[in-house]
Design a protein around this ligand. Structure first.
Ligand SMILES: Nc1ncnc2c1ncn2[C@@H]1O[C@H](COP(=O)(O)OP(=O)(O)O)[C@@H](O)[C@H]1O
Ligand SMILES: [Mg+2]
Length: 328
């Protein structure tokens, strides 16, 4: 990453969903910081409920964080309000969600033209640019159709065209290929790659897709509202232990990903065997808990998040929802 002003920078973000229901408030983001350079592609990976969607909405100014600041293109979003916020968003960032991106009463073409018309681009010019992007996504033959007349994959390609047509500097995407078949998904990622390379568009993409993980310059691993680790290019989503770097935050906190914690011997007391710049050795105080093999046998039988029944006694992550597997 360069030292120039990043396209996106967030500092100590917190988000609390207030609730009077049993269980009380939910702290979805716990003081996380992130920097995305101009033209950089960053993936965010993490199990369901870890705060990915909350993060994306906070970063794009769709939701105000409870604490912390977000700079988009060098401007502090948390200081903007009303039409200033809307205008700054429109000129900088586009969103792509997993679904529900389109206006139901407009044709595909009109959906793609709409952000340009909002920005004051004349109709003829807007139409020309919309068709150009629809062409790249293979959607020209279907551009007169209403969203309900299109398949899920087609709708998503239109949504992507709509996000791209304003030539944003940053695209925030929440599981953009989640509802697509592998073939369509590949063509979408190919287009992302082209934009990334040719037009210096930066991406922050929430994903479970291996292809998106591969296309990114780096992947950040989110757990319980904190970034716990970073991975280089081509992260293997089935085995996150590969090329994982743990993150120590500004407060000096390091959160161990659940599988690393399990390997280490679980929660407990550790003595510091040695500390040198860039290196620390921890020793478990409790020999019994260090026996990771012993720990494995005490894991729950069913996933508490989604109910998946573990048949593999050793698995430490749910194959259905990605949640970590707690001890019984
Ligand atoms: N509108 C909401 N009200 C209350 N809690 C919410 C709301 N949206 C999300 N949450 C909670 O915040 C946490 C993070 O959710 P979310 O950002 O959607 O995670 P992800 O996208 O990683 O699945 C979860 O515990 C979720 O239940
Ligand atoms: Mg989500």
């Amino acid at each position: 990453m360069t030292d120039s002003i990043p396209i996106l920078e967030a500092d100590s973000l917190y988000h609390v969903y207030e609730s009077k229901a049993e269980g009380g408030n939910v702290v979805a983001l716990r003081g996380l910081s992130v920097r995305v350079g101009v033209g950089e592609a960053v993936a965010v990976i993490g199990p369901s409920g870890s705060g990915k969607s909350t993060l994306l909405k906070s970063l794009g100014g769709l939701m105000s964080p409870t604490a912390g600041r977000v700079f988009l293109g060098g401007t502090d979003l948390t200081k903007l309000e009303g039409s200033d916020l809307v205008e700054h968003r429109r000129s900088t960032v586009s969103f792509i969600f997993q679904e529900g991106n389109l206006l139901g009463d407009l044709s595909a073409l009109d959906n793609v033209m709409q952000p340009l018309r909002h920005a004051g681009v004349p109709a003829r010019e807007a139409k020309r640019r919309a068709i150009e992007v629809l062409e790249r996504l293979g959607m020209v033959p279907r551009m007169k159709a209403l969203p309900e007349q299109l398949s899920g994959g087609e709708q998503q390609r239109v949504a992507i065209a709509r996000a791209l047509v304003t030539k944003p500097k940053l695209i925030l995407a929440d599981e953009p290929t989640g509802s697509l078949d592998p073939f369509t998904s590949q063509s979408v990622i190919k287009l992302f790659k082209e934009l990334h390379k040719e037009e210096d568009v930066a991406f922050l993409i929430v994903t479970h897709s291996r292809d998106v993980g591969e296309f990114s310059d780096r992947s950040l691993e989110l757990r319980d509202g904190r970034f716990v680790a970073q991975h280089g290019e081509g992260v293997e989503l089935d085995d996150l232990t590969q090329n994982r770097e743990l993150i120590v935050d500004d407060l000096g906190t390091v959160s161990f990903p659940p599988d690393i914690l399990l390997e280490l011997g679980g929660p407990g007391r550790y003595s510091i065997d040695s500390v040198e710049p860039g290196r620390i050795v921890l020793l478990s105080q409790d020999a019994a808990t260090a026996a990771a093999a012993g720990n494995r046998r005490q894991l729950v039988a069913d996933c508490p998040a989604c109910g998946h029944e573990y048949s593999d006694a050793e698995a430490n992550r749910c194959p259905d929802c990605g949640s970590s597997r707690p001890k019984a």
